[in-house]
Design a protein around this ligand. Sequence first.
Ligand code: MLT
Length: 241
Amino acid sequence: LYHTPELTPKDEIPDCAIAVDVLRATSTIATVLAAGGEAVQVFSDLEKLIEISEQWPAEKRLRAGERGGAKVTGFELGNSPLDCTPELVHGRRLFISTTNGTRALQRIQNSPSVLAAALINRAAIVEYLLEKQPQTVWIVGSGWEGSFALEDTVCAGAIAHSIIEKTHVSPDQLAGNDELIGAIALYTQWQDNLLGLFHHASHGKRLLRLECHEDLKYCSQTDILDVLPIQQEIGVLKSKN
Ligand code: MLT
């Protein structure tokens, strides 16, 4: 587990890399794909997003942009998963750029298997890992501009906790993996009140100031979407289910 993309080792590539941005990029990606979106294509750069999306038929694309938690002017969507209804996204490609989540996905894009995880699709991620059993797995929290984010760490803990429960791995086998042990402890303490934890998180507080209460509530739910966002070509995620 790496709490931010900047902490990942430079010259290594894991078999499977999982980006986590519970508030809200990976929750939005999972929601779009579960609602029938054709794909989600991620960009760190807004200009590049506009350039590439313009090559796509207008009726088949949607543009989502977020900076500092707020919607980018001129884009159809910000980064609220609740705006991504089946009526709006079905059959369309979402071109998205967000402050941190898309950077995490870009950092891991060269891994043979790249997934986007949130609490809402945790079970699908766990199922994939148990089925494929990749040797090396990185969970990469998006954090906030290089700093640790509670909501991403608790999601990493939720994934690990579920795997431990299903495989009966002894907690001793985690010895030395300080980040993961801490993440599991965070999850076990807050699993019944994840929304409460989000109210303590710095980005949770930022979103509350922007009146995104409903987003926090939605993103704090566990295992509600059976969708596995997996990278098909660099920067393009599609649903496996
Ligand atoms: C990000 O990528 O930094 C987040 O998803 C921000 C947000 O909540 O929109």
